[in-house]
Design a protein around this ligand. Structure first.
Ligand code: TYM
Length: 332
């Protein structure tokens, strides 16, 4: 079976962009692939964060993953810092990655703009650690949202550079995009994001979801109720694609184009569908919150399983780069 790796940062509220762009897709891939999913805490410390909250956030994030169906029977779920081979391999990758490649990463430029007072080495090096996350498991596929495609391309390049210098070792992983790889925020402008205050939380109750959707931006070309709209320019329609059934999609699409339905009716249908999908997940999260020791157990055994693979690959890497005593002899 081909192997998948993907990760999510424990940096606050998980939103529906994370869900439809990544997590829901991760669950859909469980039967076809051997899947490894990770809470990437070392990535989350590249920006300012509250130390006292970190542990809770790691657990909350892991709990949501499990509640979305990423159970230990079906995949490996673990925390990045529990498998130190990730950072070890990242160091080695640092030595084959040109700085120029990192400086041109869109996410680095965006984050450097947002966090001017703390443009640290980790922020620049973020994609190298991401490449190590993926390649320490020799994963061939990486399901992510559209914003991460550039990072996976760099990962492929790092694999190529390593292989060219030290011999064929790593695959060149491919991206798997979901049907909703880029969800904008309720402002209809920026990508939905924890930091932009434009997110609908995965754990938001129906009343909050409705409040956020009711006031959310719609098609910018539809100023009045009887103006025909353009669903392809409307973020609410993008969310419909992610949450609504085909017959409802057709209804809102046609209704919008012909102005036979208003934005409010369109949003009501979406709000109902979104809540219906999220409520069972929220209920499972509540159940797991009552037994945090279960989540801890899942993470501990997940890290053990992940480490079993990571250790072996690290041994191979140490041998290939010539630092392992006796390594070259075993090779010949
Ligand atoms: P993070 O936590 O920022 O995002 C987690 C996943 O959610 C997707 N995503 C979105 N998809 C659609 N629309 C949105 N508005 C939206 N916002 C976020 C992201 O694309 C991502 O798939 N760098 C990664 C974490 C990571 C990783 C890895 C991923 C670390 N190591 C190795 C894959 C493989 C990230 O963006 O996390």
């Amino acid at each position: 079976m081909d192997r998948i790796f993907s990760g999510i940062q424990p940096s606050g509220e998980i939103h529906i962009g994370n869900y439809v762009g990544a997590i829901r897709n991760w669950a859909r891939l469980l039967d076809q692939y051997e899947c490894i999913y990770c809470v990437v805490d070392y990535h989350a410390i590249t920006v300012d964060y509250e130390v006292e909250l970190m542990q809770r956030r790691i657990l909350e994030t892991a709990t949501i993953l499990i509640a979305c169906g990423l159970t230990p029977e079906k995949c490996i779920v673990f925390v990045q810092s529990h498998v130190p081979e990730h950072t070890e391999l990242a160091w080695i990758f640092n030595c084959v990655t040109p700085i120029g490649e990192l400086e041109r990463m869109t996410q680095f430029k965006e984050k450097a703009r947002q966090h001017r007072q703390n443009i640290n080495m980790g922020l620049l090096d973020y994609p190298v650690l991401q490449a190590a996350d993926i390649l320490i498991y020799k994963a061939g596929y990486v399901p992510v949202g559209e914003d991460q495609v550039q990072h996976v391309e760099l990962c492929r390049e790092i694999a190529r550079k390593f292989n060219a210098r030290f011999g064929e070792t790593f695959p060149e992983p491919q991206v798997i995009l979901s049907t909703a790889p880029r969800i904008l925020g309720t402002d209809g402008q920026a990508k939905m994001s924890k930091s932009m205050n434009n997110a609908i939380g995965l754990l938001d109750p129906p009343s909050i979801i409705w409040e956020k959707l009711r006031t959310a931006a719609t098609c910018p070309h539809r100023e009045r109720r009887y103006d025909p709209g353009h669903p392809e320019h409307c973020n609410i329609y993008t969310m419909h694609i992610a949450f609504s059934k085909p017959d409802q999609l057709e209804y809102v699409e046609k209704g919008c184009r012909t102005a036979s339905i208003g934005c409010l009716e369109c949003k009501e249908i979406l709000s109902k569908n979104m809540s219906e999908e999220l409520i069972p997940i929220q209920n499972r999260v509540k159940g797991f919150n009552e037994k945090p020791e279960y989540v801890m157990e899942v993470l501990t055994s997940g890290a053990d399983r992940a480490r079993g693979i990571a250790r072996q690959v690290m041994e191979e890497v140490r041998t290939k780069i010539g630092v392992k005593f006796g390594g070259l002899e075993t090779k010949s």
